[in-house]
Design a protein around this ligand. Structure first.
Ligand SMILES: NC(=O)c1ccc[n+]([C@@H]2O[C@H](COP(=O)([O-])OP(=O)(O)OC[C@H]3O[C@@H](n4cnc5c(N)ncnc54)[C@H](OP(=O)(O)O)[C@@H]3O)[C@@H](O)[C@H]2O)c1
Length: 319
């Protein structure tokens, strides 16, 4: 495993981060906790020291299970734990909430569920248009002073939104979506983060599993993913054809499709660590090689071009 410094923090994180969204039944259905727990253990054995979760994943379920497991195994201190707040699911119907008092409450609740005394990276899950950044800053200063949070990060924010926070507190990390078929952040967010030495941990590097190489043109993908235009019909057929070509490219350099897709994101100089979504040990074992495998510039651009064209054709076909 390779490790790298997260932005201007003192955290040396593995280049593959273990993502816990899979313990969110409303999106992924019920995921058995046994194999999931074994994947956390497998990840640790493979050198992964970085876990991403959120209070909203299963409305506390992911944090609770993670807390229980790390307590039982005595492995809390072997991991750097990142979690998030934003979705208030405690007060009536779920809604965004980044008000000062709510942040303090949400942090306390996360600490209890995770059975820990500190959160290493506390992230705002998304932009809250109706709360003054000063409120967030006040809460963050208090949490930092109390030693409950080490560093702060943001997710799904653009540079202007990051500026509003950065003028009030230190933003150490951005968590955006990034993969061979989701490259919007290359234009603005990634250069911004490079320029300001903000770490970037990208989510959905396999585009929620589509780039894992298991789906063929005639596969039936069920559940919430099926709604996406690339996950069914002509869109899937076109992407599946590109994946077959990519597999050949990967085979030439000794990488499987999930390793190649993951490696492709990690090759961008702004990316610190890629967050892998994991349900079972095979998932994490199937991507860790990406942390160390080389990928030359020619191949990076070849893959970028292949999927840019496939995505454009797939979206046009889906219209
Ligand atoms: N900040 C945010 O708004 C946000 C949003 C989304 C995610 N995240 C974070 O990022 C993490 C990763 O996102 P994601 O879950 O979308 O990630 P992903 O890695 O793109 O997709 C995960 C899915 O890919 C498939 N997969 C995983 N490993 C594989 C392998 N080795 N070979 C083939 N297929 C494999 C599995 O689905 P199947 O086996 O069912 O195909 C798995 O559920 C989440 O767990 C969460 O921590 C954050």
């Amino acid at each position: 495993m390779k490790y790298t410094r997260l932005g201007k923090t003192d955290l040396d994180v593995s280049r593959i981060c273990f993502g816990c969204w899979q313990l969110s039944p409303s999106f992924w259905g019920e995921v058995p906790v046994g194999p999931w727990a074994d994947s956390v253990r497998a990840a640790l054995e493979l050198g992964v020291n970085f876990i991403d979760t959120a209070d909203a994943y299963g409305d506390g379920h992911a944090e609770t299970e993670l807390g229980k497991l790390l307590k039982q195994d005595g492995t809390r201190d072997q991991f750097i734990i990142a979690t998030k707040f934003y979705w208030n699911f405690a007060d009536g119907p779920r809604h965004p909430d980044t008000t000062h008092d709510y942040i303090l409450r949400a942090c306390e609740a996360s600490l209890q569920r995770l059975q820990t005394e500190r959160i290493d990276l506390y992230q705002i899950h998304a932009w809250d248009a109706i709360t003054r950044p000063d409120e967030v800053a006040k809460a963050f200063h208090q949490l930092k002073q109390a030693g409950k949070v080490r560093w702060f990060g943001v997710s799904n924010l653009n540079p202007e939104q990051m500026d509003l926070y950065r003028s009030r507190f230190e933003v150490s990390c951005l968590q955006p979506p990034y993969s061979l078929v989701a490259r919007d952040i290359e234009a603005r967010e990634l250069p911004y983060c490079l320029n300001h030495q903000i770490g970037v941990i990208n989510y959905s590097p396999l585009f929620r599993g589509l780039l894992g190489g298991n789906y063929k043109a005639d596969s039936t993908i069920t559940g919430n993913r099926a709604k996406g235009p690339l996950f069914h019909g002509e869109g899937l057929r076109i992407i599946a054809a590109a994946i077959e070509k990519a597999k050949t490219i990967g085979a030439e350099i000794g990488l499987t499709m999930p390793e190649l897709a993951m490696r492709w994101t990690l090759t961008h100089p702004a990316i610190t660590s890629a967050i892998a979504g994991v349900r079972k040990p095979e998932h994490i074992k199937g991507v860790v090689k990406a942390a160390e495998a080389p990928l030359d510039q020619r191949t990076w651009h070849q893959l970028a071009g292949l999927f840019a064209q496939a995505k454009a054709e797939a979206l046009a076909a889906a219209k």
